[in-house]
Design a binder for this molecule. Structure first.
Ligand SMILES: Cc1cc2nc3c(=O)[nH]c(=O)nc-3n(C[C@H](O)[C@H](O)[C@H](O)COP(=O)(O)OP(=O)(O)OC[C@H]3O[C@@H](n4cnc5c(N)ncnc54)[C@H](O)[C@@H]3O)c2cc1C
Length: 305
């Protein structure tokens, strides 16, 4: 039951970063009474700058969100609140969200934009350098370290994928497999042909050195490199609210959505990193949020017609 304490909205958005604020902009422009609840921990918060985002290349992530929030101010039907949504459930006429401090929000439609978090390996120094000297994506940060010698902490298929992709940015690449190499014999031969090295000793620790990174390996070797590429083996998708609502979750762990970003539960939309296993980019999050907002509005309009 929805209690008297709950505040009533047409649309509630859980997560107020790129996907959530993009949805909110569309919902503001369609004059929908909207609440955005955000816990304030966007995935890219560790990076000093965000790149490859049309008209805002090389902008600090928090500045992008500040601009987004500022540009929502003219839309007086949109309300932004800090809060971590712990529960989401269906009611007779919509949905009810509850935050960890006991606030309740009811809405006819929901947009889930709770992103994902990176589960970093337990290597001393990795967390401290993550997002700047330890980077995960050349499209986001490769240009800034272009043509520098780099190390890649990866093994098997992930290392093979990095090898092909990074060859456009770097020619001096050392792969740190952190244990026996599982890189295929074909890829190993290709790496050799390209002059790439493979080192199998455990990665003991990382630290900042000049503009680059110093890496100590378990066999005592010390490497000095321009940057480190690393992609967490485990991504923790923020899809617990989707699970509570009964939305289908794909085998990869992401929320299944239609091309218009509706989940398998009618009236519940999802956008951003939690809706796809790859393509984790600001553009994709903004696009998903926009389409989710558009379609939440379209459903409300059709229902009132
Ligand atoms: C280090 C790093 C650097 C990156 N750099 C770039 C780059 O340069 N260019 C680029 O295009 N992409 C970059 N990315 C990818 C980009 O950060 C993501 O694609 C993008 O942040 C996804 O947006 P989102 O809105 O889906 O999720 P997020 O930005 O992660 O936002 C999710 C929001 O939801 C909130 N939230 C989570 N759960 C709840 C809840 N239960 N209740 C309320 N709020 C909740 C979180 O606190 C957060 O504020 C980078 C990623 C990383 C890890």
């Amino acid at each position: 039951m929805v209690t008297n304490n709950s505040r009533q909205y047409e649309v509630a958005v859980a997560g107020g970063s790129t996907a959530g604020l993009s949805a909110a902009l569309t919902l503001g422009r369609t004059m929908r009474k909207t609440i955005v609840l955000d816990a304030g921990a966007p995935r890219n918060r560790f990076a000093s700058h965000a790149h490859n985002f049309f008209t805002r290349d090389n902008t600090p992530p928090q500045e992008l969100l500040r601009i987004a929030r500022e540009q929502l101010q003219p839309y007086d039907t949109v309300r932004l609140e800090q809060g971590f949504v712990t529960t989401a459930r269906k009611t007779d006429d919509g949905f009810l969200l509850t935050t960890d401090d006991g606030r309740e929000f009811s809405a006819k439609k929901l947009v889930l934009a709770t992103g994902l978090q990176d589960d970093l390996a337990d290597i001393p120094g990795l967390k401290e350098l993550w997002g700047n000297r330890v980077i995960h994506c050349p499209y986001c940060h490769g240009f800034e370290v272009r043509r520098r010698p780099v190390c890649v902490i990866a093994n098997g298929e992930a290392a093979e994928h990095f090898g092909i992709t990074l060859s456009n940015w770097h020619s001096d690449i050392t792969f740190l497999t952190n244990g026996d190499s599982q890189i295929s014999p074909e890829a190993t031969a290709k790496f050799k042909e390209k002059g790439f090295q493979i080192k199998t000793a455990p990665v003991k620790d990382l630290s900042a050195q000049g503009e680059g990174v110093k890496i100590t390996l378990g066999d005592g070797e010390v490497l000095e490199t321009g940057a480190v590429y690393y992609r967490p083996q485990k991504l923790v998708y923020g899809n617990s609210l989707a699970e509570q609502l009964g939305c289908e979750i794909s085998p990869e762990g992401v929320v299944t959505v239609t091309p218009l970003f509706e989940t398998t539960v009618p009236g519940v939309f999802a956008a951003g990193d939690l809706t796809h296993p790859g393509l984790h980019q600001l553009y994709m999050a903004a696009m998903g949020g926009h389409l989710a907002g558009t379609n939440a509005n379209r459903q409300l309009t059709q229902e009132a017609w």
